[in-house]
Design a protein around this ligand. Structure first.
Ligand SMILES: [Zn+2]
Length: 337
């Protein structure tokens, strides 16, 4: 039997973080409104802004984006009927963009700029009798939405407004014999969904439900000879999985189970030497999504050029500390269980 492994060759040329280039790349994001790309990415504009704001904050360069413009944009995207927030003014609200919006306003410390009671109502209305969450009114169910729901409510200090035990039971029903998690019961394990479920269990203070050694071993098997991490067996490595795998390992206290040095080399090789920004893998075009997750992973690996990132919320740790979410949550959960 031959063993087939998909991997990439990385160029060892780039050994350092192209800090200034990334700042320039991110602060120019969305500035040229005539660009084809700007219109093509309208459906995820809110998340794009969250990725950019978080990345710049981690680099200590948050003032490179105009705060008032961002806050005005977020306010316009809240639906006055459902309370949910859309990717862009005029689009339908979705729980993914609702979380991004709440994260942005939390970083800027101005959550009162939106109707947070309406956001809480919107999230609560998306919970289903089995504990799962719809992403929006169209009714798709996915463990990603369970994560978005509890992360949004945790930031707003309103976790007690949903049926938490049922929400936890649903996420646990999506775990697999390999220790990982899928998008719904019996769905294949995937590193991105592992992150959502581990993050969910961390927020709801239920990490003891995990088989940490088994899951961490599955996550470590995602590292390929190039140093990069893939999301599932036999897939190519991708910078965004650096974040999802590393954040999950960090939450479980097992970051040291993978080769940090090789992963760092892989991530640095995905920087664009000319324009700045990170791509999914060496030689591809950069985008804002992979730029945040590349920087986030480097922060988890201990980069001294970046602020510390919180592995659960993917926001700067100082923001999480300021609002003390996790401490408050533990109190809520002990009372509730
Ligand atoms: Zn990716």
């Amino acid at each position: 039997m031959t063993f087939v492994m998909n991997d990439v060759k990385i160029s060892p040329d780039t050994k350092s973080l192209l800090f200034e280039k990334h700042v320039e790349y991110i602060s120019n994001y969305g500035k040229d409104k005539n660009e084809y790309e700007y219109h093509m990415t309208e459906f995820l504009r809110m998340s794009g802004i969250y990725w950019g704001v978080t990345a710049l904050d981690l680099m200590g360069e948050l003032d490179k984006i105009d705060r008032d413009t961002v806050v005005e944009f977020v306010k316009k995207c809240q639906c006055p009927v459902s309370g949910g927030i859309a990717a862009c003014d005029g689009h339908d609200p979705h729980i993914l963009y609702t979380l991004s919006a709440v994260q942005i306003l939390c970083i800027y410390d101005c959550l009162s700029e939106i109707d947070t009671d309406a956001v809480v109502r919107y999230v609560g209305n998306l919970q289903q009798p089995d504990g799962s969450f719809f992403g929006d009114k169209w009714g798709e169910v996915d463990t990603r939405f369970s994560f978005c729901a509890v992360a949004t409510l945790a930031i707003l200090n309103k976790l007690d407004t949903i049926d938490l035990p049922k929400a936890v039971d649903f996420v646990m029903s999506c775990s697999n014999p390999d220790g990982g998690f899928g998008s719904k019961p019996n769905a294949e394990s995937h590193a991105g969904l592992v992150y959502c479920c581990v993050g969910f269990l961390s927020i709801t203070n239920q990490l003891h439900r995990l088989e940490c050694d088994k899951l961490a071993w599955w996550l470590c098997e995602r590292q390929l000879p190039s140093g990069g991490l893939n999301g599932r067996p036999e897939k190519l490595p991708d910078v965004c999985y650096s974040w999802w795998v590393l954040a999950s390992l960090t939450i479980m206290g097992r970051l040291h189970w993978i080769s940090a040095e090789k992963l760092q080399q892989f991530i640095l090789s995905c920087q664009d030497n000319e324009t700045g920004g990170f791509s999914d893998r060496t030689g591809n075009l950069p985008d804002i999504f992979h730029t945040l997750f590349g920087l986030g992973a480097l922060s988890l690996l201990g980069s001294d050029q970046l602020k510390k990132v919180n592995p659960t919320f993917c926001m700067p740790e100082y923001v999480i500390q300021k609002f003390n979410f996790q401490k408050r949550l533990k109190i809520t959960m002990f009372l509730g269980t």
